[in-house]
Design a protein around this ligand. Structure first.
Ligand code: GLV
Ligand code: MN
Ligand code: MN
Length: 424
């Protein structure tokens, strides 16, 4: 069995150095540790990641979808590969750990395997997936979505706030959008399993004083862009009871979205992230306002009713104000359950090295959602200080990351020799 005790301190230091060094690749014009997909900071950081993978002894390639893939050869070239990894892009104003822990942690797991003298029978692929965070095009997990065959031609026409298309963004980044759509890993070789190490991004593990979470399911996400159309008018002369004010209708809708999240029976959340008004003058009654919201839950039953419930309430309130509404819904991802076999292997691995853990649902989405279409999937969480994430204060103690890496390495060695049944 892999002995992790002596290497813990050293691994924590190496990981910490890596996390802090990668964080220096950031957009200094933005707050926090910003490294958004397609940005210059991201482009430069990917060279650093590739070099780090090569230094860990991996054979590195970038696939046509822009994923950086490092391969550690196993002893049996015919055995379906094990895959691990995460992402290194951040949200605007984000932190240093989200995603990064799963990529650098995977490299540290490779180091642990090497130091223990173990060789896996299967190839191990460590992946830094392209652009996991939801971006200005309103789409998350670009790299994993593409290789799972879940990125569509129509997605390439999605526009950012300035009207530029996703297809053009790929081209500007040196990727051919046609080739991105064609990069389906299922067409090449079958995969044995996917396991992703990630920070929890919420407060549960810290509150329970537990170093590890083993993920049960990952939230589904419904996104809404609602367009409110009222009537432009003089803000000084039009009486209050005779207006069609699109901004007021949108403001009511923000509260409807919030109420929907608050009323969820089981860990549902609902957030409005953006309101844009076409009115530039401060003295015109707003006539065109766009609202961007999202609703999440691991409860498919509740989530499937969200569109109908919200549309009814928002429409009724808007009509009372004489305002029209158009709804543009999209499903970012449906609820995905971790593979029970991987969950059991990860639990046995943690138990074997004495790491206390709890089963935990994920309210954040992950590349693992899309990898689940390609292979049995599981995730391991490590604690987030004060549960903070998607903000500059995001922090996980390096020793906690090292514990997660220990669990990951153990899980990989066990998965290497475990046959996994198809998920019922
Ligand atoms: C990614 O972190 C997401 O949950 O949107
Ligand atoms: Mn993430
Ligand atoms: Mn994130």
């Amino acid at each position: 069995m892999l002995d992790l005790t002596d290497q813990g301190q050293e691994a924590a230091e190496r990981l910490g150095d890596g996390v802090l060094e990668l964080a220096t690749y950031r957009d200094t014009a933005r707050p926090g540790w910003t490294r958004e997909v397609f940005s210059e900071a991201y482009r430069e950081s990917r060279q650093w990641v590739s070099e780090r993978m090569a230094a860990a002894g991996l054979e590195v390639q970038v696939d046509p979808a822009g994923n950086i893939v490092g391969r550690l050869a196993g002893t049996d070239p015919n055995a379906p590969a094990l895959v691990t990894g995460s992402h290194t892009d951040t949200v605007d104003g984000g932190g240093r750990f989200d995603g990064v822990v799963g990529v650098l942690g995977a490299l540290e797991a490779v180091q642990l395997l090497r130091e223990s003298g173990q060789r896996l029978s299967r190839d191990l692929l460590v992946v830094d997936f392209l652009g996991e965070e939801s971006n200005a095009f309103g789409l998350s997990c670009l790299g994993s979505r593409a290789i799972a065959g879940e990125l569509n031609r129509a997605d390439l026409d999605r526009q950012d706030y300035r009207g530029a298309s996703l297809g053009q963004a790929y081209r500007d980044f040196g990727l051919d959008p046609g080739a991105v759509l064609q990069t389906r890993w299922a067409r090449t070789a079958p995969l044995h399993a996917f396991i992703e190490l990630h920070i929890e991004q919420g407060p549960t593990l810290e509150q329970r004083q537990l170093p590890l979470g083993i993920v049960t399911s990952i939230t589904g996400i419904e996104r809404l862009v609602a367009t409110f159309t009222g009537s432009p008018d003089h803000a000084g002369t039009r009486p209050m009871n005779d207006r069609k004010d699109a901004m007021v209708a949108a403001a009511e809708a923000v509260l409807s979205v919030r109420r929907e999240g608050c009323g969820a029976p089981n860990h549902g959340v609902a957030t409005t992230t953006r309101i844009e008004s076409e009115s530039r003058s401060p003295n015109v009654v707003p006539s065109l306002v766009r609202m961007t919201s999202e609703v999440r839950s691991v409860d498919n039953g509740w989530l499937s009713g969200v569109r109908g419930r919200l549309a009814e309430e928002i429409l009724a309130n808007a009509r009372n104000l004489g305002v029209d509404v158009e709804f543009d819904w999209s499903t970012d991802n449906t609820v995905v359950h971790a593979h029970a076999g991987i969950h059991d292997v990860a639990a046995a691995a943690a138990d074997a090295v004495g790491i206390p853990w709890m089963p935990i649902p994920s309210g954040a989405t992950h590349d693992a959602v899309h990898m689940a279409a390609l292979a049995p999937m599981g995730m391991i969480f490590v604690p987030s200080r004060a549960g903070k994430s998607h903000c500059p204060e995001e922090w996980t103690d390096f020793a906690d990351i090292a514990t997660g890496v220990g669990a990951l390495a153990q899980t990989l060695t066990r998965l290497d020799r475990t046959e996994l049944n198809p998920q019922p």
